[in-house]
Each structure stands twice: as C-alpha cells, then as structure tokens.
Write a protein that binds this ligand. Structure first.
Ligand code: THG
Length: 284
C-alpha cells in the first residue's frame, strides 16, 4: 500500500513494503518555550530553523502543531504552514484537534498534506473526513471513539476499520488513510507499549494500511528517553509501523539501521549515505 504526499514540488511515498518515512515532530510547542514566544509574535524564523534542522537530520515530512494555551490556531496554523513552505519543499502533516484550523491550513498548503487527525468519534468523522475528500489530502485515523480509549487491540482494530470504511464511503482512497494505534506513556501503564504493538500488527495484517504513531509519547516521564524510544521503535517497525512521528535528530540513524537489518536498504545505500551526511555536517 502506497500513500503519496506532496510538498510544493517534492513527493514522498509512504510504502508498507518500503523503507520507513520519518515525520519530524519538533514543530510542536510542548516543552518548547521559544516556539511559543516567537509564534505568538508571528515570528516564524525559529519554526523555519526547526524545519531545516529536522530535514538535515533526516525528516521526510514535517508535523506542524502550533497548539498552546490561548492561541487561535485557525489563524496561526495557516500562517505557519505558509512560512514553512516558502522556506522548504517538503510535505506537511497538519496537526490540530480543531477542524477549523485544519481547513484553514489545507487552504494554503501546497501539494498534498497529511491531516493529523481524525478519530472514530462521530463528531470528528463528520468534521474531518469531508475536508480530506475536498482538499485531496491523506488523513491519520486515531483509534479512539465516543467510548474513549480501549486497551483491547482487537477493539482498536475495529475502530481503525470503522474510520477506513467511512473514508472509503466518502470517496477517499483507502491508501490515503494512515492509522495511528495510539502510543502512550509506559510510565503510566505497564502494558501501554504492548497494546500499541499488538494493534500495529493487527492493522498491518488485516487492513494493510500505512501506520504512524507519536513515537516519543511512550517515554514521557522517564529517563533515558532515546534508548526507550529506540526499543519501542524497533519492535513497532517490525510489526508494521511505516511512518513514525519522531525526533529525527535522535531516531534517523537508528531507523536506517533497522531498514538495513530487515532487508529494505539494498547494499546499505541509505545507511552509508546518512553516515556521509553526518560526517559532512560535523565538518561544516
Ligand atoms: N499521534 C499523532 N500526532 C501526534 C501525537 C500522536 N502529535 C503530537 C505528539 N503525539 C507527537 N509529537 C511529539 C512532539 C514532541 C515530543 C513528543 C511527541 C517530545 N519530544 C522530546 C522533547 O522535545 O524533549 C524529545 C524526544 C526525544 O528525545 O527524541 O517529547 O501520538 N497522530
């Protein structure tokens, strides 16, 4: 299954049979005071800096989230999207719980964006799926619904199936639905990662769709986050994760290593190319 995203003139193919696609997480105000301060003044220079550094570190797509207390993201998200796409040519993942912000961002986004996100709640399905159809965007489906979040992987799969069916009914191609199995902090629930891993496997085996997750969520509240994220990343990819939302500065080399190990990097081309890029960055 191939999901195609587009920037101004670039194209990224997320392929269930291909190498992992990295969606850079860092344009997100969570624990980034400087981003809140600059965006509040409509100064996009720091957001653009984060965009460029993530691309240098291996991001294929950029998540753009400008949600912070007191912000009107229906006006700020499109402004941020425009500023970023004037500076870099890369597909964007438009991250907001507010359908008005998503629509405003879709209006200005170049190419083909990934909406982040719809979920199985009736209200969300009705607000977001028609936008994906109208603007020809792909969409991330979170496996939660009007009953909240279940810890049963089969039930999470059923919600994924519901989101897929509703999208297809509206005329959205099935390959434009990317499922998020919900990655949550393992510090709060010892089974959190296991439930996510089993959901990934079920969605991969039964629906064959591309799969994302907020990979750094799992390590909230714990030390050695990079090591923990890497462990979860390896197992998630083996089960079918194809396009994690993650920090490229800490995950790219690891992801390239996993692709090589599982036979998705012929002659270690991408692995060695990354090595040479990292050497060149060190010298510059
Ligand atoms: N699913 C979907 N979208 C999402 C999430 C998800 N968007 C937001 C969030 N969850 C994913 N984004 C982030 C962004 C930053 C962090 C976690 C999730 C974070 N970053 C660390 C920091 O900035 O200190 C760095 C982590 C690291 O060391 O690698 O905590 O679940 N669809």
């Amino acid at each position: 299954m191939k999901t195609i995203l587009k920037g101004t003139s670039s194209e990224v193919i997320i392929d269930t049979e291909g190498p992992v696609v990295i969606i850079g997480e860092s344009i997100n105000p969570t624990r980034r005071k400087k981003l809140v301060e600059t965006l509040s003044k409509h100064d996009f220079s720091f957001a653009i800096e984060l965009a460029k550094s993530q691309i240098d570190a291996g991001a294929d797509v950029l998540d753009v989230n400008v949600g912070f207390p007191g912000v009107d993201d229906a006006s700020l998200l499109p402004l941020t999207v425009k500023a970023i796409q004037e500076a870099v040519d890369i597909p964007l993942c438009l991250d907001s719980p507010n359908p008005k912000a998503i629509e405003a961002a879709l209006k200005v986004a170049a190419g083909k964006a990934l909406i982040n996100s719809v979920n199985g709640e009736e209200k969300s399905l009705q607000a977001i799926l028609p936008l994906a159809k109208e603007y020809g965007a792909a969409v991330i489906g979170l496996v939660m619904d009007d009953d909240g979040i279940t810890q049963d992987p089969e039930k999470r799969l059923a919600i994924a199936e519901k989101i897929l069916n509703r999208a297809v009914q509206l005329g959205i191609p099935q390959e434009d639905v990317v499922i998020d199995p919900l990655a949550m902090a393992v510090s709060a629930d010892p089974n959190a990662c296991l439930v996510t891993l089993e959901t990934i496997k079920l969605v991969h085996d039964r629906l064959g769709l591309n799969i994302t997750q907020g990979a750094s969520n799992i390590s909230f509240g714990l030390p050695m986050r990079v090591e923990l994220n890497n462990a979860h990343m390896a197992l998630s990819i083996w089960n079918g994760l194809s396009c994690p939302i993650a920090n490229p500065a800490t995950i790219t080399a690891f992801v390239r290593a996993i692709d090589l190990v599982r036979g998705r990097d012929d002659y270690a081309m991408r692995f060695t190319e990354l090595f040479h890029q990292m050497e060149a960055l060190k010298e510059s």
